[in-house]
Design a protein. Structure first.
Length: 506
């Protein structure tokens, strides 16, 4: 359990990056400026980490009223004499715990090298509404939550499945409205950016050094425009179209181009599989034709493997689960097993890694509470049905997947008046580095370019691999580019790109 911790806070000295030729925009969010800086009492919480709570206002318009507590974790720099300051990390989602992810991933060498960890304290936190930090809770008990999501319908396969999906989406929204309490009206990324500013002040850094992954890039862009003069260095990894994330007439992932990105990444998976030959279980014959055959068979009826009946949509969801290349070999085994079962051949065993168990936490509710606070989406179910029909024809297999991911937002019972909608181009005190995989199924490269163009001063470095962000696509080159930038604040030269360390099937 994340205990309340008592202890002496470590002194953290910020190190500003080099001044840019043009002064930063003078804008400064006054709501955060008026809030008290939280006092942090760090205490050892095992394996070299230190933990604390940070108290921040629930409502930044009423800073003296209700407070919430944010769970915060730190891995101190290993070379205190050469320490630059604090590197704040948001691992994305939104929804997963930053505390848990830093514990799991702080020592992944392709993400945070020994050289990087020598110079920075790594700090992450559970953002407001997530896990330990005023968690959005939409159910009276964990058992009821588990039972509810165990029967929640998957992405509608066709128009006949849509009415039930809309009804259940409206139901989860209503449950959150009934049980979650006041956090729903204060869960926006703008308020999380204010929390981050208070955390920066609390650790004593003069300016923010930040690494945002996936949704963490949206948080970074919001912070950069609310506190442009407070940016020391910001590395965005698996980046987004920031304006498109908050406003648009289409469903959220459709306007971000996620269906096309999934299709392109799946094609890359198939090409890598062919190139790997016998190291890829799905390589024999023509993998693309085999996929077409098994998907067509699954549309007619579920395919039974190991006594489990897998529907067409479950199979497409598995095929589109391409964020982590380390699981591509397991996906290949699953696809071959499904192909064998659909043609009457004896199948192999399906690795458990293809369907990993998710911990019983509030990440689903937190995702909706944050995303629905931030983003406008269509509120008429007929729009989703119309777009789904079009996308299903335009992007075979994956088109519908991107239409329905945020459908509960169409029925969401709360709004956050503080949600950030721009501008996105306030000049920051330092330029921003953007890293993106060539084939990213969740944050497509064109979105990274669009988001970078919206910022006042940013540069994109492309990682020539498939998968979601350098958190999952190991690239020593990309880590070095990021590290050098975080040390100095200087962007790499125009045109710099990076390869990956290994093929998924090596």
């Amino acid at each position: 359990m994340f205990a309340v911790l008592l202890g002496v806070g470590a002194l953290v000295i910020g190190s500003p990056g080099p001044a840019t030729a043009t002064p930063p925009d003078p804008y400064l969010d006054q709501l955060a400026e008026a809030a008290h800086t939280p006092a942090l009492s760090w205490e050892n919480c095992s394996d070299g980490f230190f933990c604390t709570w940070a108290q921040v206002p629930l409502d930044y318009h009423r800073t003296e009223d209700a407070q919430i507590e944010l769970a915060v974790i730190k891995l101190p720099a290993t070379d205190p004499d050469r320490r630059i300051g604090t590197l704040f990390v948001n691992f994305g989602g939104p929804g997963p715990s930053g505390v848990d992810r830093l514990r799991e991933r702080a020592r992944w060498p392709w993400l945070f090298s020994e050289e990087l960890r020598a110079r920075f304290d790594l700090v992450s936190w559970d953002p407001r509404s997530v896990s330990r930090s005023a968690a959005t809770s939409c159910f009276p008990s964990p058992d009821e939550q588990s039972e509810y999501f165990a029967t929640f319908p998957g992405t509608p396969t066709d128009a006949g499945d849509e009415p039930e999906f809309f009804a259940r989406s409206a139901d989860i929204a209503a449950r959150c409205g009934e049980h979650a309490g006041p956090i729903l009206a204060h869960a926006s990324t703008a308020n999380t950016a204010r929390d981050l500013e208070l955390l920066r002040r609390a650790v004593g850094d003069d300016a923010l050094t930040y690494h945002g992954i996936s949704y963490g890039t949206q948080l970074g862009a919001v912070y950069a425009n609310m506190f442009p003069g407070r940016v020391r260095a910001m590395a965005f990894d698996g980046s987004m179209d920031f304006a498109g994330n908050v406003d648009g007439d289409l469903p959220l992932d459709t306007r971000q181009g996620v269906a096309d990105a999934m299709a392109e990444t799946f094609e890359t998976f198939l090409r890598d599989c062919v190139a790997a030959g016998p190291r890829c279980a799905f390589a024999a014959g023509d993998p693309k034709l085999k996929w077409i055959a098994l998907a067509g068979r699954a549309r007619i009826a579920p395919i039974v493997v190991d006594g489990e009946s897998l529907t067409y949509q479950q199979i497409v969801t598995a095929a589109g689960s391409l964020a982590r290349p380390e699981f591509y070999p397991d996906l290949a085994v699953l696809l071959q097993k499904l192909f064998d079962a659909s043609t009457g051949l004896p199948p192999a065993l399906v690795p458990d890694a293809v369907f990993p168990e998710e911990p019983n936490d509030n990440r689903v509710e937190a995702f909706y509470s944050i995303q629905c606070a931030d983003s406008t989406v269509p509120t008429d179910p007929a729009v989703y049905s119309r777009v789904a029909a079009t996308e299903d024809l335009r992007v075979p297999w994956f088109g519908r997947t991107a239409v329905f991911n945020a459908t509960p937002c169409a029925f969401w019972p709360a709004t956050d008046a503080d949600r950030y909608t721009g501008p996105w181009n306030r000049r920051t005190a330092a330029p921003i580095l953007v890293l993106n995989s060539r084939f990213d199924p969740a944050t497509p490269l064109h979105g990274a370019y669009a988001g970078a163009a919206q910022l006042a001063d940013a540069r994109v470095v492309v990682v020539e691999g498939a998968g979601h962000s350098t958190m999952y696509v190991a690239s020593t080159c990309a880590e070095r580019v990021k590290r050098d930038y975080l040390f100095t604040g200087d962007l790499p030269a125009e045109g710099v790109g990076c390869g990956i360390d290994r093929s998924p099937f090596d």
